[in-house]
Design a protein around this ligand. Structure first.
Ligand code: NAD
Ligand code: DAU
Length: 379
């Protein structure tokens, strides 16, 4: 392993991986290839821009000519593929780019890697391929049941990776990470979106009843999990990377507001995401058996994350302009307006009919209108 192509390395997790790898392995050359979509940001790579073992190439993983050139120019022997369209809400609005990158792009990258004879191909996938997990914890042998166009596109890409191992004998490894958070995350995902909006005292649109459960993984732990799978994973296998810190969305939002010293009244229940998975949860004994363990809990990670966004307004304020504002309008204008369409429902205090294990009701707000599940009583 010497010349590692990190595709999608200008995004959130890919850039964290590139920053980590250049420092951790000075003998490896880290070549980042990124299309620089709306989510790709060269600012994420500024901390390593002068490192001797780092290079950047702009390109699309679905562009064979570009990929062939990069494989040859840098004599690539290892690929770590982060490149993806990654936001569920955008896949609901329009899934074209998801099929282009997460399915076709993965196929072209695999095919070119095979022709070039790469030694190792690690593909970064997601817990969303397992779909909604009402109880228990997903293990790597569970069947796929993706529910959003994003999750389906990731499942499609992963299945191509599997096929190249089984059919062509490629040395592939897949990782399935859980909800990742930390510095440099594009402010459309729950935590960076809510943190940056809350800093400006804006309303925070919580989908449905806010009782969906996600498993929160600090970005540096996701990166060390990928490093472990890259070096120690068995060819053809998949490895879950879980934070093992399952939280209700509303609990996550309230923890963030407490750290910022902002009021919970900023939280507004809005109509739910279509096809919204209620719960993700994974078992990661298989990766742990290779020696990985996480270094951060949700509580330590959220503190670091809130501090970073507070101290790095230069990074996110310039993102929240132009295309971002267009997206915000498409995604949230109708949802936030829908609240106003039912003013009579917005008075009252919720006191009853919540699940006994949920202490996270928002006093004074209606729950569940526009949602598939009614969990609160409006009085
Ligand atoms: P991100 O959206 O922040 O970054 C994606 C990067 O891929 C961007 O830099 C973008 O420019 C680049 N890209 C998109 N299309 C490309 C193409 N055709 N060719 C080359 N580059 C392209 O995403 P992220 O949150 O960093 O996620 C990285 C990977 O991890 C994705 O594969 C995602 O599915 C997976 N994942 C993410 C999470 C999470 O919680 N964020 C959890 C598990 C798995
Ligand atoms: O589980 C891994 C996945 O986590 C990754 O594969 C995806 O790339 C990543 O985007 C993430 O998907 P989610 O859909 O879980 O993340 P998101 O940050 O969009 O939403 C987290 C939860 O918060 C989800 O239940 C929806 C809810 N939410 C999100 C937004 C943006 C809200 O209630 N309001 C919002 O405005």
């Amino acid at each position: 392993m010497k010349n590692i192509l990190v595709t999608g390395g200008a995004g959130f997790i890919g850039s964290a991986f590139a920053r980590y790898m250049t420092a951790r392995y000075p003998n490896y050359n880290i070549i980042v290839l990124d299309k620089l979509t709306y989510a790709g940001n060269v600012d994420n790579l500024l901390p390593i821009s002068d490192e001797p073992n780092y290079r950047f190439e702009r390109g699309d993983i679905a562009d064979r000519t570009a990929i062939t050139r990069v494989f040859q120019a840098h004599d690539i022997d290892t690929v770590v593929n982060f490149a993806a369209e990654s936001h569920v809400d955008r896949s609901i609005l329009d899934a074209d780019a998801f099929i282009h990158t997460d399915v076709v792009g993965v196929y072209i990258l695999l095919d070119e890697a095979k022709k070039h004879g790469v030694d190792r191909f690690l593909h970064v996938s997601t817990d969303e391929v397992y779909g909604d997990v009402h109880e228990g914890y997903s293990v790597e042998t569970d069947p796929f049941a993706p529910n959003s166009p994003y999750a389906a596109s990731k499942a499609g890409g992963e299945l191509m990776v599997r096929s190249y191992h089984v059919t062509h004998g490629m040395n592939t490894v897949v990782t399935r990470g859980s909800n990742t958070f930390g510095p440099y995350q594009y402010p459309e995902k729950l935590l960076p979106f809510f943190i940056t909006e809350a800093i400006d005292d804006k309303n925070l649109p919580l989908y449905g009843d806010g009782l969906q459960v996600r498993d929160w993984l600090y970005v540096e732990d996701h990166v060390t999990g990928i490093d472990t799978a890259l070096h120690k994973g068995v060819a053809g296998e998949a490895y879950n990377i879980a934070g093992e810190d399952n939280r209700y969305n509303i609990e996550v939002a309230k923890a963030m507001l407490a750290l910022l010293g902002k009021p919970e009244s900023l939280l507004k229940h809005v109509p739910d995401r279509e096809g919204h998975d209620r719960r993700y949860a994974m078992n990661c004994d298989k990766l742990r058996a290779l020696g990985w363990q996480r270094a951060h809990s949700f509580d330590t990670g959220i503190q670091l994350t809130v501090d970073w966004y507070r101290q790095n307004e230069w990074w996110w304020r310039k993102i929240k302009t132009g295309e971002y504002l267009e997206y915000y309008k498409r995604q949230y204008a109708a949802r936030l307006a829908a609240r106003g369409a039912f003013p009579q429902l917005r008075v009252g205090v919720i006191t009853a009919f919540f699940p006994s294990d949920c202490p996270y009701a928002l006093a004074g707000q209606n729950y569940g209108y526009g949602c598939s599940t009614m969990r609160g009583a409006i009085i």
